[in-house]
Design a protein around this ligand. Structure first.
Ligand code: SF4
Ligand code: SF4
Length: 445
């Protein structure tokens, strides 16, 4: 198996923690709350505006917010019912953002197609319009609008489409479970994407700790010799875009460049599934599988409408085990610690993790002991402890010289640091500061 520079394999104590947090389940569990809280900020690109008002009745899948801009993603009602409020509500950045609240009537009235649309004979522009209408955005966490990704100027220049089935985060299993249960539809999404890109080969990268997903995806693609399922090592962050490209193709994405620059388009397996829903059934992105784990009574993977509150998913998982200390939306590496259970699950949230005081050792900060582990773990070959130090000192010039902007925010440095320094968070902040100062310098020039 190929590998990439840096990254981390879990140490024995972390392997034990992974075993403890790993959800093992066969049945699909679904949860639908009485209210959904749908934030408008769920994607990269132009912000959307509400097109509904308090009191309106909406069908499941109806557009409730959109923008004129091409680089944006529409927002849809995830359940049918009445709009009861449009308010500022807690968001994943520990602030507040405009949120549309719908009271669920549990009727799921919708206009989805029951017979699948024949995309194989459709014009590409019609297919892209369907993806855009479905508000599909990268479900792996990137939340970049998918229709933009497939609107490439020269589709013939794309030689490889990669499906990312590596999940990336050590304790999350949402994508692995989706692959086990919905492999055929994921492959349909990949074939639609292949048509849009003028028939590149398809590589599906799945980590070797997901044998059931590998089996299901291999079986679903067995009759297609343009698709190859490739087993990749379970080394974090294998599922990082640049790392997976390097592992599967031996090509390096240029610093500051895109995968398309080297003839590759990459999408997450859950995005491929949603893309097929939008194209085949006119069903927009309104639900997802979420891993609910950590110190909860019954860790599980739940199929839930977007806008479900983290606290309700924790209740669904049997409630807290021990005194709750930290709530993370996403995984332990790249997820965000949030300060309220009222934060809703959005297009890019693949996990809800709660740690109690005992498990929260992951986050107690101490002085740096210069062990160099963060440098060894960094897949971008950066010097995390140095950037962190200069960021804390307010020396952003040095952060720039140390290439803070190349950080992919994978969190590997924070995870391996024995002193539990907040490296990734500070380097991400340093990256924003460097970009902001550069913009300001440009404007004043
Ligand atoms: S978060 Fe950034 S600095 Fe830390 S290991 Fe990942 S890429 Fe390197
Ligand atoms: S891993 Fe932590 S303690 Fe070790 S050098 Fe990096 S910042 Fe310092």
């Amino acid at each position: 198996m190929r590998t990439f520079t840096g990254g981390i394999s879990l140490s024995p104590p972390l392997k034990m923690l992974k075993e403890k947090l790993m959800v093992k389940q066969d049945d699909v569990l679904t949860f639908s709350p009485t209210m959904v809280f749908i934030p408008l900020a769920q994607h990269i690109g132009a912000p959307v505006e509400p097109i509904v008002a308090v009191g309106d009745y909406v069908k499941q899948g109806q557009v409730i917010a959109e923008a004129d801009a091409f680089v944006s993603a529409k927002i849809h009602a995830s359940v049918s019912g009445n709009i009861v409020d449009i308010v500022d509500w807690p968001d994943q950045n520990n602030g507040e953002g405009t949120t549309i609240i719908i009271e669920n009537d549990f009727k799921y009235t919708n206009d989805f197609l029951t017979d699948a649309f024949d995309w194989s004979t459709a014009e590409n522009k019609e297919i892209i319009a369907k993806i855009q209408a479905g508000g599909i955005a990268g479900k792996g966490g990137a939340t970049f609008p998918t229709h933009v990704k497939f609107s490439v100027d020269e589709p013939n220049d794309i030689h490889t489409l990669i499906l990312n089935g590596s999940e990336c985060e050590p304790f999350l299993r949402s994508d692995a479970f989706l692959m086990q249960k919905e492999a055929q539809q994921i492959i349909t999404g990949a074939k639609i994407a292949q048509k849009l890109l003028a028939d590149p080969k398809i590589l599906i990268g799945i980590e070797d700790d997901k044998p059931l997903a590998i089996k299901a995806m291999t079986a679903a693609s067995a009759d297609d010799d343009t698709i190859e399922v490739v087993t990749v090592p379970t080394v974090y962050p294998t599922g990082g875009e640049k790392q997976l490209v390097e592992l599967l193709t031996d090509q390096e994405v240029p610093l500051g460049g895109l995968t398309a620059d080297i003839g590759i388009v990459l999408i997450n397996v859950a995005t491929s599934f949603a893309l097929a829903d939008a194209v085949c059934f006119d069903k927009p992105l309104i639900e997802r599988y979420t891993t609910v784990t950590g110190d909860v009574q019954k860790p599980c993977i739940v199929k839930n409408p977007l806008g479900t509150l983290a606290g309700e998913l924790i209740d669904f998982a049997g409630g807290f085990q021990g005194a709750p200390s930290k709530l993370i939306l996403g995984g332990p590496m790249m997820g965000k610690a949030v300060n309220t259970l009222k934060v809703p699950v959005t297009k890019g949230s693949n996990g809800v993790i709660i740690f109690n005081e005992e498990t929260d050792w992951l986050y107690k900060e101490n002085p740096c002991i210069r062990c160099n582990k963060c440098v060894e773990a960094c897949p971008m070959r950066l010097m995390p402890m140095e950037i962190d130090q200069f960021y804390r000192a307010g020396d952003y010039q040095k952060c720039e010289e140390l290439l803070a902007e190349a950080c992919i925010n994978c969190g590997a440095c924070t995870f391996v640091c024995p002193a539990k320094r907040s490296l990734a968070a500070n380097i991400t902040a340093a990256k924003s500061k460097v970009a902001q100062l550069r913009e300001e310098a440009k404007e004043s020039a």
